[in-house]
Design a protein around this ligand. Structure first.
Ligand code: ATP
Ligand code: MG
Length: 583
């Protein structure tokens, strides 16, 4: 049924600031209804007066009153609609903002599992359905309901036989339409689900265009597109058929009702029970009742849709981030160390899924640099994500500065712990905006100073327009190495105390490699660091070494000691080269 209760449960808070306007809206609505009901009474007076041969001087004021009332009614109706839309939209805009905020706080697990298109559909699509709900609900359903009630009361007053006949008829119409409605609603739901799927699919395809085209998967993707379309089309056709069934049923009922009026009217007029004016009045009211019935019926479909939307919005709001800090503590004002204590982690929380990290422990004292080695898929980037609290371990604990990551205020954590990911995300914007994340308060002098400090002046000079060079989104426009240089600068600007560098696995040209090496050296000065390395040169600067295999630590110790121990995995690695030993 119509989810009025759920709607107000969700919206009371959002509607409260608009109470004054809502009251005005109510008053306006009642006035427009009264005005609408008054006009046929004037026509009745006019017709009866004219039939009785009253002079024009008596009839003209009636005509003028009719026109004034009709105009005022229109004016008030526009005003009421405007108010209802305004209230509906300002309340739901607030909801949109809150939802966006909420979603941004959700964990990576949620974001990996929800496509961007689906998110847009849920935040914007569902909420738009709700903003329509308010104006439709108030104006069309409640307003028209009151109008209908007024019409019936006035008909009873005019003649009880007509009143009874039309009441029975109206109730019957509603019952019939409701029943039909119950059949159609599930069809509408299916359409909406498929359309969400479709937009999700399209969003993903647009995102992955390069890979799809490069791997020649276009045909296959098109066939999936086709499959969704094939599912969608019959659903839409059925949905519209349902709509047409409703429409024709209600039209048929309308014509029957007019016929009833003419039959009863002429009979009653014939025996002198009704005047000509009264017959016209009845006709006018019945004609007038058609529109509210029609509108209420149409709105019912929207209102039902709103039910599904409310459900989804509430579900989204109720979705708690797996990452809500339990304590919101601030990190201590001293150099920070990082500890992993028996950390066990799975991406998918359900038991039985693949364990990615198995009982991983190591302890990085403040200011020390740990080199993390392991073959592809061994869980290195996963460790980086746990340090930066993109995810939370299922077992054990990750500590920074002595605090468990889940106890740390997330903003504080982001300020003091930074990560350079393996594939750096660039925005379609200038190099400057890419470095500052669109923060205009960072001056060019500061940027240039940082670039200079990282010895990247040459790199900057090699860009076509310096800081103003435009980059493409994704990783377009820069090589993997260059993108990492840019990411280093980003991190250096923020000056965190703990850095996690997840080195790009792509091979670099020697010039970029040299630049990167020097930049890494500068970045590590006076910081605690985890260096995820794909090249042995990178770990040469590490104090300690952790070697990971299938999510387990197979070797952990001081680099120098491991180097000099011929039996260590690390020294074997040094002897045979990284690729040979690990991959
Ligand atoms: P590489 O050297 O290729 O960067 P890695 O050591 O960084 O590898 P991880 O990215 O940590 O490896 O991945 C470890 C395992 O976790 C892999 O088996 C991978 O398939 C899985 N994995 C990584 N990210 C996710 C994710 N978001 N959801 C589910 N599984 C994931
Ligand atoms: Mg990785």
């Amino acid at each position: 049924m119509i989810p009025v209760r759920a709607y107000f449960r969700l919206f009371t808070g959002y509607l409260r600031p608009h109470r004054a306007k809502a009251t005005l809206l109510g008053a306006l609505l009642l006035t427009t209804i009264a005005l609408q009901l008054a006009n046929p009474q004037l026509i009745k007076r006019f017709i009866d007066g004219a039939v009785a041969g009253e002079p024009a001087s008596a009839l003209i004021p009636i005509a003028i009153a009719f026109i004034v009332i009709a105009l005022t009614h229109q004016l008030f109706a526009v005003w009421a609609t405007y108010l209802a839309e305004q209230i509906g939209w300002s309340a739901t805009n607030q909801l949109r903002a809150d939802l966006t905020d909420h979603v941004l706080r959700l964990d990576m697990g949620f974001h990996k599992g929800t496509s961007p298109g689906e998110l847009i559909e849920r935040i914007d699509g569902d909420v738009t359905a709700l903003s329509n709900f308010f104006s439709s609900m108030i104006i069309k359903v409640l307003g028209n309901g009151a109008l209908l009630l007024g019409i019936l009361v006035l008909l009873w007053l005019e003649s009880w036989i007509v009143g009874l006949a039309i009441t029975v008829f109206t109730v019957g119409t509603f019952l019939g339409l409701f029943r039909l409605h119950g059949v159609i609603v599930p069809w509408q739901k299916e359409i909406r689900a498929t359309s969400a799927e479709m937009y999700g699919f399209i969003g993903e395809q647009v995102d992955g265009r390069e890979d799809i085209e490069a791997s020649g998967a276009t045909e296959f993707m098109l066939s999936r597109f086709d499959a969704i379309q094939r599912k969608w089309l019959p659903q839409v056709i059925r949905g519209w058929t349902g709509w047409a069934m409703m429409w024709s049923a209600s039209m048929a009922l309308y014509f029957v009702s007019i016929a009833v009026v003419f039959v009863f009217g002429s009979l009653l007029f014939g025996v002198g029970a009704l005047t000509l004016g009264s017959v016209y009045l009845v006709y006018q009211y019945v004609e007038m009742a058609h529109r509210p019935i029609e509108q209420i019926r149409e709105e019912l479909i929207d209102l039902q849709k709103a039910g599904a939307s409310i459900e989804r919005v509430e579900e989204l709001l109720a979705r708690e981030s797996a990452l809500i800090p339990r304590n919101d503590r601030r990190l201590p004002d001293e150099p920070l160390g990082v500890q992993f204590e028996n950390v066990t982690f799975r991406y998918d929380d359900e038991a039985g899924n693949e364990t990615i990290l198995d009982n991983v422990s190591f302890d990085i004292a403040p200011g020390r640099v740990v080199g993390l080695l392991g073959r592809t898929g061994s869980g290195k980037s996963t460790i980086a994500r746990l340090v930066t609290r993109m995810y939370e371990p299922q077992g054990g604990v990750v500590r920074i500065g002595g605090l468990a990551t889940w106890d740390i205020d997330i903003a504080d954590l982001r300020r003091r712990v930074a990560m350079v990911t393996q594939d750096v995300q660039l925005f379609r914007a200038t190099v400057r905006d890419n470095l500052t994340f669109f923060d205009n308060s960072i001056s060019d002098e500061r940027l240039l100073e940082v670039i200079h400090r990282l010895e990247l002046d040459e790199w900057l000079a090699s860009l076509p327009a310096g800081l103003d060079s435009k980059l493409e989104s994704g990783a377009g426009g820069l090589s993997g190495g260059q993108a990492q240089l840019l990411a280093f600068t980003r991190v250096y600007l923020r000056d965190p105390e703990v850095v996690v560098l997840d080195e790009a696995s792509s091979r670099l040209d020697p010039a970029t490699e040299a630049l990167l090496e020097r930049a890494v050296d500068h970045l590590l000065e006076n910081r605690t660091a985890i260096l995820i390395a794909h090249r042995l040169a990178t770990v040469a600067r590490a104090d300690d070494i952790v070697i990971l295999e299938d999510g387990r630590v197979v070797e952990y110790g001081e680099r120098r000691r491991l180097e000099s121990d011929p039996k260590s995995v690390f020294s074997r690695l040094l002897a045979t080269g990284m690729n040979e030993a690990l991959t």
